[in-house]
Design a protein around this ligand. Structure first.
Ligand SMILES: [Zn+2]
Length: 297
C-alpha cells in the first residue's frame, strides 16, 4: 500500500518533470527563433543603411579599383561609319549612304542581345573599361538622324558619335540647335565636328583649315555645353597641315575607311580607320566585323 502511494507520487513527479522539460524546449525554440529573426532583419536594415550611405566618391573608388589602368592593352574595335538613316532616298545620289531604319534596328538589336559595348570615339583611350567594344559613328546626319536613328539608339540604349557640319545647322533638312541640344542631353550621343563647310581640307590654306577646325568646335561646344574632341575629315581628305592644326584642339581624327581599328597597328589617334556601313551590308557581314571586337592584356 505504502509502495503504491510512493509509486503514484513518483509518477506525478515524472509527469511534472516531463511537462517542465517540454515547456523549456518549446520556450527555447521560440526565444531562439525570435533572436534569429532579429538578426536577419538587423542585417537587412544595416545593409539598406549601407546602400543609402554609399557616396559618389565610394562608387568612383570602386570603379577605379575595378578598372585599374593597365600598363598596356591591345584591342580591336569595329568602328562603323553611317551617313543617313532613311527608307526612301528619292532623288539623292550616293544611294549606298542611305541605310534603311529597319537595317539599323536589326544591327542595334544584335548588338544589345549579344553583349557588345557601344563606346564613344573619345573612349578609344579607355578601352580597358570594356570587354567587347564597338563604335557607331554617323557623318553629315541631317534631320534623318534625329527622326530615324536617335529613337532607335534610345530604344536599344546604345551609344553613338555623330559628326556635324556646323554651317548647315538650322538649314534645310538639317538639324536645329534645339535638336542638337536634345541629342547631346540624352547622354547616348556625343556630338563632334565634321568641319564648318564639308569641303576638302587638303585644298585649303593654313588659315582656312584653322577656321574650319576652331570655329566648328566652338559652335558645337556653345550649343551642347560639352567638349568637342573628335574631328572627322570630310570625304576622308586631309594633309599634314590638318594634323598640325588639330593636335592643339582635338584628341582624335577619323578617316573614312581602313577596316577594324587595331590599337597595336593604328597607333596614331589622328588616323582612326572605320568600316563603311552601307545600304547593302548584310547582317552577317555586320556580325563578322562585330566578332572581331576584342580587348586583351
Ligand atoms: Zn561627310
Amino acid at each position: 500500500m505504502e509502495s503504491k502511494v510512493k509509486k503514484n507520487s513518483n509518477l506525478k513527479y515524472y509527469i511534472l518533470y516531463f511537462v517542465i522539460v517540454i515547456l523549456i524546449i518549446v520556450a527555447g525554440y521560440f526565444i531562439l527563433n525570435s533572436v534569429l529573426k532579429e538578426d536577419v532583419s538587423a542585417g537587412v536594415e544595416s545593409s539598406n543603411l549601407e546602400v543609402n550611405t554609399v557616396s559618389f566618391e565610394d562608387i568612383e573608388s570602386v570603379k577605379a579599383e575595378k578598372f585599374e589602368v593597365p600598363d598596356h592593352i591591345s584591342a580591336t574595335v569595329p568602328i562603323f561609319m553611317y551617313h543617313f538613316i532613311l527608307e526612301d532616298y528619292g532623288d539623292y545620289p550616293d544611294t549606298e549612304n542611305f541605310l534603311k531604319p529597319e537595317t539599323l534596328e536589326e544591327q542595334l538589336k544584335y548588338i544589345s542581345e549579344n553583349g557588345y559595348d557601344t563606346i564613344y570615339i573619345d573612349e578609344l583611350d579607355e578601352l580597358y573599361k570594356y570587354d567587347k567594344p564597338v563604335a557607331l559613328t554617323f557623318d553629315d546626319c541631317f534631320v534623318y538622324f534625329y527622326n530615324n536613328a536617335f529613337p532607335l539608339l534610345k530604344k536599344y540604349n546604345q551609344k553613338a558619335t555623330i559628326f556635324i557640319i556646323t554651317d548647315y545647322i538650322n538649314g534645310e533638312n538639317y538639324l536645329t540647335e534645339d535638336q542638337l541640344k536634345e541629342i547631346a542631353d540624352s547622354g547616348l550621343v556625343k556630338i563632334e565636328s565634321h568641319t564648318k563647310t564639308h569641303e576638302y581640307l587638303d585644298e585649303m590654306t593654313y588659315e582656312e583649315q584653322l577656321e574650319q577646325a576652331v570655329e566648328s568646335k566652338e559652335r558645337l561646344e556653345s550649343i551642347t555645353g560639352q567638349e568637342v574632341s573628335v574631328y572627322c575629315y570630310p570625304s576622308g581628305r586631309y594633309n599634314q597641315t590638318t594634323l598640325d592644326i588639330i593636335k592643339d584642339y582635338y584628341d582624335f581624327g577619323l578617316e573614312m575607311l581602313g577596316g577594324v581599328y587595331d590599337s597595336d597597328v593604328d597607333t596614331d589617334f589622328y588616323k582612326i580607320p572605320r568600316i563603311y556601313a552601307n545600304r547593302s551590308m548584310s547582317l552577317s557581314t555586320f556580325i563578322s566585323y562585330l566578332e572581331q571586337s576584342r580587348v586583351y592584356y
